[in-house]
Design a protein around this ligand. Sequence first.
Ligand code: SF4
Length: 406
Amino acid sequence: MARRILPYRPLPATETTSILSRLLGQEATTTDRVIYVHIPFCKHICPFCIYSKQIPESAETVKAYCETLLKQIQSVSSTVWAKSAPFKAVFFGGGTPTFLPAEQLTAIVSSIKKHYPLTPDCEITVESTISEITPEYCSKMKEAGVNRISLGVQSFNTEIRKKLGRAANTEKILEALNTIKESGFSNIAIDLIYMLEGQTMETWKRDLQLLAGAPITGCSVYPLITIPGSSKVSEDLKQEYRYFSEADRFLAELGGWQRFTPVQYGHSVNGTANYVTSHGKNADLLAFGAGAGGRIQNFMYLQNNNAEAFIKTGSDLAAAPMIGMKIDEQFLHLRNIYGLSEGLQLKKSEFEPLAGDFSKTVQSLIEQGFAESISGGFRLTHLGRFWAANISALFSEEIKRILLEK
Ligand code: SF4
């Protein structure tokens, strides 16, 4: 949301198509590249959810969506841009990707593996929910080449989960995690949310202890994001800080774990999260599916989030109706600054070309205790990690000022 402050200029539909076609006809300008695939379907809608999702009308809708998705994936695969450098992560998000029958999901995984250059250690993540984890489904994902599972947990506490509309109890969650591990996955991530209804510091500490005892190698931790009409939530900032502090210290001290971003923690070998960390590095993002948002260089696009409309018009990515936006090319030189607020630290070599524009802001962050100098650069402090989204917004404001003053 902080990046929405940036002065992206909306483009007319014809210009969107021609810019995307031109970019796909050129070599990539960065080796930081990731793919996102959106599966917008869920069995039921959770009250706290902010993502683009829907309950599909029928199995036919789901089948037709997957067929269009496969065509869209193939439509880009032969372009110069797609072939010019490998992708280091593929992320299936939603919605619930495992809502799809295993054959449909693995056909999409196989298509990407067949048609796109991927790094040898490319991380292929599928998001799932507890109720959809079975030994058979996990084996099929493993066979297809999926190597990371991200499981929506939010809380291990059965009562708190009930308030979120989640049926599985603590035992079921642990059972699902063991099933994933026994199916051969070594990179297993979950999310934990704080500021939930009914949560206390005691339940939060219990959540963290259960995480430590389960076969989990990575975790994203964040406060409930409120949108109008979403779950009831307290806006007690001090309490929010206490929850954050407890998790931030606990997770970074787990054996072999480290912080990857202000919200992502994991084991340094088995818990990497290349897709998530690519955001702080401003990787190019090739996004497929209804409601999926991608970015190539200084061009950003957002596909129509209606699955039925996507089925009718989405086969060819460059020609699909979408919102396209562009920002001044100078942004490509300025965007490294997000490494501090979204990736935790900034190297001097990345900062120095920007120094004139950002040195006052970084200095002020240091003076107020949000950042500190380290050998070769700067990094966020504990306080800075809590306020990371606001620091991103601060940088967005600075970038906007620079680009509009030009
Ligand atoms: S299952 Fe996930 S994507 Fe679907 S409504 Fe619930 S939180 Fe949102």
